[in-house]
Design a protein around this ligand. Structure first.
Ligand SMILES: Cc1cc2nc3c(=O)[nH]c(=O)nc-3n(C[C@H](O)[C@H](O)[C@H](O)COP(=O)(O)O)c2cc1C
Length: 387
């Protein structure tokens, strides 16, 4: 192994989590679970990533036990798996058992699409989509959704969520977290990013509420805090909780939850106190400094400000970020940035390194890095199948 990459292959221990290295397969929606049920093909897909040396796998976003959790979302979500119901949970048990047999570690990403879910779609089409303030978000920003979706779905306002609606969604997260632990997952990841349910409470562009769920930055964390606490109550102290957040939203790629470290502390501090162990800071390029005057990236700041562990992500091993490779259909290998991320890891800026497309495309990516083998260029076509 190239000694400069050795930090990526250090073990990691936290609560009852034991990882053999720092490489984490990032959560990626795949849409191969008809009726929400992950089948043998999904189990094989994750088993191959465990065999290929990923220290931990975070599954694709998995719908929580709430009728408006999933549907079409203008970008993804069709045939996404559920974390409820006998058949889906039996499917997940098979996935978990296969990954464990291969020596891997796996946690599910609990997901509620919130405002992004198209009305009238998903397993419960009659249930209205859940939106904190009834709106999808500002319609005049640079977004990542298609025009048809924007015109027909996003622009149509609905009712703000009631107290009962909010309590139901939180309870759905808690039930699904418990179900995940019962089938043997090694911890819980929460999708708090990219303009979905949790993020729309955090973001001023979608949370216009004047009650206890809205207001300043800290008050806008109330939903996430109550949800994290509810999950912690269900799963106990042993399993880790990994919380993904992002500055950018699908509604506005330039959105910012925080423009200074102090503002970021206002967002992350209450969630750290509520029980988050690892902040997964979603950036499109991991090597972008977050705030002026310091080279720290978003994960670096999350770790520094909260004292919790942090995970970075964004373009590791590839020359272009997720939306750029979508435009180009491919992305070249960039071994240089595997070195750069290892250097930052060695400095203690963050603890874990998320790798998305490179591992989706190549199940043995981590093993190749360790053995100094040539890495593969990324081809967007790999989104279309579960190889
Ligand atoms: C096909 C695809 C599906 C994705 N689905 C999710 C998802 O379900 N949840 C999530 O938090 N991020 C999702 N992402 C974002 C990835 O987790 C990751 O942050 C992003 O791809 C950047 O990492 P990379 O440059 O290593 O690919 C997805 C990305 C891709 C390419």
């Amino acid at each position: 192994m190239d000694e400069a990459l050795a930090p990526l292959f250090e073990p990691f221990a936290l609560r009852k989590l034991r990882l053999c290295n720092r490489i984490v397969m990032a959560p990626m929606t795949r849409g191969f679970s008809p009726n929400g049920i992950p089948g043998d093909d999904v189990a094989g897909y994750y088993r191959r990533r465990a065999e290929g040396g990923a220290g931990m796998i975070i599954t694709e976003g998995v719908g929580v036990d709430h009728p408006a959790a999933l549907g079409g979302s203008g970008v993804d979500g069709d045939n996404a798996p559920h974390m409820y119901g006998k058949a889906a949970l039996a499917g997940w048990k098979r996935v978990v058992d296969d990954v464990h047999t291969a020596g891997g570690v796996i946690i599910p990403q609990l997901w509620h699409q919130g405002v992004m879910r198209e009305q009238g779609t998903g397993p419960h089409p009659q249930t209205p989509s859940a939106r904190p303030s009834g709106i999808w978000g500002p319609l005049d920003k640079q977004n990542t959704v298609n025009d048809a979706y924007l015109g027909s779905v996003a622009a149509r306002a609905g009712e703000p969520m009631s107290e009962t609606d909010i309590a139901d969604v939180i309870a759905g997260f808690a039930r699904s977290a418990r179900a995940a632990m019962e089938v043997g997952f090694d911890g819980i990841a929460i999708h708090g990013a990219h303009g979905y349910m949790i993020d729309t409470f955090l973001w001023e562009g979608t949370n216009l509420r004047q009650d206890r769920w809205g207001g300043d930055r800290k008050r806008r964390t109330t939903f996430a805090v109550e949800m994290i606490r509810a999950i912690r109550r269900e799963i106990g102290d042993e399993p880790v909780i990994d919380f993904r957040f992002s500055q950018w939203k699908q509604q506005d790629v330039r959105a910012l939850l925080a423009t200074t470290p102090q503002e970021l502390e206002e967002v992350l501090g209450p969630m750290a106190d509520a029980g988050v162990d690892i902040f997964d800071a979603s950036q499109r390029y991991f090597d972008r400094a977050e705030f002026a005057g310091s080279p720290l990236n978003l994960a670096g700041w999350a770790k520094k400000l909260t004292g919790k562990h942090a995970q970075t992500v964004g373009g590791v091993g590839l020359s272009s970020g997720m939306y750029d490779s979508q435009k180009d259909g491919r992305s070249a290998v960039a071994l240089i940035n595997v070195h750069k991320v290892a250097e930052r890891l060695a400095r203690g800026e963050f603890d874990l390194v998320g790798v998305g497309r490179a591992i989706m495309h190549d199940p043995v990516w981590a093993r190749r890095v360790r053995n100094g083998e040539d890495l593969l260029a990324y081809d967007e076509a790999s989104r279309l199948e579960l190889t």
